[in-house]
Design a protein around this ligand. Structure first.
Ligand code: GDP
Length: 364
């Protein structure tokens, strides 16, 4: 359901499809419905919902994923019409994060985000229960809210809040460990390159090209929720590291910002930002702007950035010319064909800090 331009809606839906595939689904069809606001009862509106039910039956889908957040009542009403499971974009992203969280902190951040997502939904259910109760008892507004259903919800809510508080404490306690790791690396002076970029830009594929590490490449937006660090050498033998960060996603649910930020802290420690952009995307410049906005928050402003336009093999030449006009210093590559990868290596070599000739650090 969209109210802006069709192009914008299609882009959003394509990303939703990419997210669904990352989560392990096969995407069968997409449906756009123009409305100023989603239908309060069935999200799509009754007619369109019935149309969707027909499509679902025809293609044999077992799940419907909506691109915007659903109220609990909308989800139930839509499920009643389409007769299959309905989930929204936020739930989908949470699912992907949960699948890929590896570190203790990553896992804790994701669980916290899941509980944050769940909490108002319990309340929403409680609200509809009390409305039903209020309807049964004439003039009994508020009566239903003291029924047994509400007591159960209140208990669940309290348990969730307790768990959330515990997770927050744990995360806070983990922060110093991260600091230590960082200061160690700073002290050791091993230069680091942080790879940042949008969903599906090709970060893993490119990292494989650059490091010959034979790392598993998956068509997954968040193959690396926890920053993974890999060692590499420049042509003249200097050692440095690559840090892969979790992919950016449009309209990142606010509950996930913290989990996402914890991955970017690694980027704020880097000597060079390698910003991978999907040049075959409809609007690469908008993606660059969005990444820059978040990076600014992570205080990476003083780190040199090298913009890399990937997927040159399938990019529209006009788009490529346009983005190069805006970023003339960018490198154009294809992780698939290998085009431009040597130039990229050279540029990274040049941009990495060189060891000083006056190092006396070996003297204790
Ligand atoms: P990440 O999410 O940024 O790590 O992206 P991946 O490396 O997983 O790549 C996402 C998708 O884009 C995969 O299906 C890749 O096969 C594809 N891909 C990556 N690089 C290229 C490229 O240079 N050309 C083409 N055509 N596809 C690419």
């Amino acid at each position: 359901v969209y109210s802006g331009s069709t192009e914008e809606a299609e882009t959003s839906l394509r990303e939703l499809a990419a997210l669904a595939e990352t989560a392990g689904s096969r995407v069968l069809d997409g449906v756009l419905q123009r409305r100023d606001t989603p239908d309060p009862s069935t999200y799509l509106g009754r007619g369109k919902a019935q149309e969707l039910a027909q499509i679902v039956a025809n293609v044999g889908a077992d799940t419907v994923i909506t691109d915007t957040e659903l109220a609990p009542s909308q989800r139930r009403a839509l499920e009643d019409v389409v007769k299959v499971k309905v989930i929204d974009r936020v739930a989908l992203i949470l699912d992907i994060f949960a699948q890929h969280a590896k570190s203790r902190e990553g896992k804790a951040q994701v669980e916290l985000a899941q509980l944050e997502y769940l909490l108002p939904r319990l309340r929403g259910w409680g609200d509809s229960m009390s409305r039903q109760a209020g309807g049964r008892v004439a003039g009994g507004a508020g009566i239903g809210s003291r029924g047994p259903g509400e007591t159960k919800i209140e208990l669940d809510r309290r348990r969730i809040r307790t768990r959330m508080a515990k997770l927050r404490r744990e995360i806070k306690a983990m922060a110093p460990a991260r600091e230590t790791k960082r200061s160690n690396r700073t002290r050791n002076k091993v230069p680091s390159v942080a790879i940042v970029g949008y969903t599906n830009a090709g970060k893993s594929s490119l990292l494989n090209r650059l490091t010959d590490a034979g790392v598993m490449v998956k068509n997954e937006l968040f193959a690396t929720l926890d920053p993974t660090v890999r060692q590499a050498h420049t042509a003249d033998g200097r050692v440095f590291t690559y840090t892969d960060t979790v992919g950016f996603v449009r309209n990142l649910p606010h509950q996930l910002v913290e989990a996402f930020r914890s991955t970017l802290e690694e980027a704020s420690d880097a000597d060079l930002l390698l910003h991978i952009v999907d040049a075959s995307h409809a609007d690469p410049l908008a993606q660059i702007r969005a990444v820059h906005e978040v990076l600014n928050e992570a205080e990476t402003g003083d780190i040199p950035e090298l913009i890399v336009f990937n997927k040159a093999d399938i990019a529209n030449p006009d788009t490529l010319a346009r983005v190069l006009n805006t970023y003339p210093n960018a490198v154009v590559v294809s992780a698939h064909s290998g085009q431009g990868v040597e130039e990229l290596r050279d540029r990274i070599d040049d941009l990495l800090p060189r060891p000083s000739h006056h190092i006396t650090a070996l003297i204790p």
